[in-house]
Design a protein around this ligand. Structure first.
Ligand code: KMH
Ligand code: ZN
Length: 273
């Protein structure tokens, strides 16, 4: 039987600014309000980055503390910290907030071109992040931008640095990474061990088509303004919650039930807070 659908809302990211869309949240309260709207729409997980008041990205511990507390005051959604931050940040900056022990955080297992930039994840960086996640008992979501990153993640399981079965998120359509096609998604799903769990995050106009494909394939879904600011061609989403609503609508159409945050914790083997 297909597992209930876990929806992750990526509400802020590091790249989307107010001149791209006025609806991207910056402050901890804005991020938490958006997390609540996504939770009420059906999301079980919120993926967060930090921003300063002017919108510039930061992985600062106190900013993440404020975000975590503001979300926890509002709802039970699972809070997933980014450890990617923004391109160009050093590893210590990227992971300083992990001491707050969020239930979940990302871990990208390889380097990828990122537009004109490079999202740098050499093995020593990957090991430092994995060690920090282990130290605080934080469940990783393995971010896969290209196939070889799966093999690297599995090697880290073999070496005892990561605990399987892994939970993967396939990030498809970043310029420099793997393209956002259903064929690529099917190939990636065939490439992971059967006991793994997975979700997909399609970039830009690929977000919803890949989300719908994942729903049909029994996987999970990430949507939100971090990855795509449009609800349909030329129409800005009023917030990540509208993208969550689209996914919920499709899941209802095809008869896929939604996972609550509590069910998501159990399906993804997330430790209790
Ligand atoms: N902002 C990207 C360079 C993550 O959150 O872990 C990295 C990213 C991945 O967004
Ligand atoms: Zn992110």
């Amino acid at each position: 039987m297909t597992a209930p659908l876990i929806i992750t809302a990526a509400v802020v990211g590091a790249e989307v600014m107010r001149d791209h869309t006025p609806h991207v949240p910056y402050t901890p309260d804005e991020i938490a309000d958006e997390a609540l709207r996504c939770y009420e729409a059906g999301a079980a997980i919120v993926h967060v980055h930090g921003r300063r008041d002017d919108g510039t990205p930061t992985q600062d511990l106190e900013t993440f503390r404020a975000i975590l507390n503001a979300i926890r005051e509002r709802c039970e959604i699972i809070v997933q910290f980014s450890t990617g931050g923004d391109v160009g940040m050093d590893v210590e900056e990227r992971i300083e907030a992990l001491e707050l022990r969020p239930p979940m955080a990302t871990l990208t297992t390889g380097t990828v071109n990122f537009g004109d930039d490079v999202f740098l994840n050499p093995l020593p960086v990957i090991r430092s992040i994995a060690n920090r996640l282990n130290k605080f008992g934080i469940r990783p979501e393995i971010e896969i931008f290209d196939t070889g990153m799966i093999d690297t993640a599995q090697r880290l399981v073999d070496q005892g640095l990561l605990e399987g079965p892994l939970h993967f998120d396939f990030v498809l359509g970043v310029p420099g990474g793997m393209g956002a096609s259903r064929r690529n998604l099917e190939f990636l799903v065939e490439s992971i061990p059967d006991d793994s769990t997975w979700s997909v995050a399609g970039m830009g106009r690929h977000e919803l088509p890949l989300a719908y494909a994942a729903i049909e394939m029994g996987g999970h879904v990430r949507v939100g303004l971090e990855d795509n600011i449009y609800l349909s061609r030329g129409v800005l989403a009023q917030g990540s919650f509208e993208l969550v609503e689209k996914v919920v609508e499709y899941a209802e159409q095809v008869g896929r039930p939604l996972a609550s945050a509590e069910q998501a914790r159990s399906l993804l083997r997330i430790a209790d807070d």
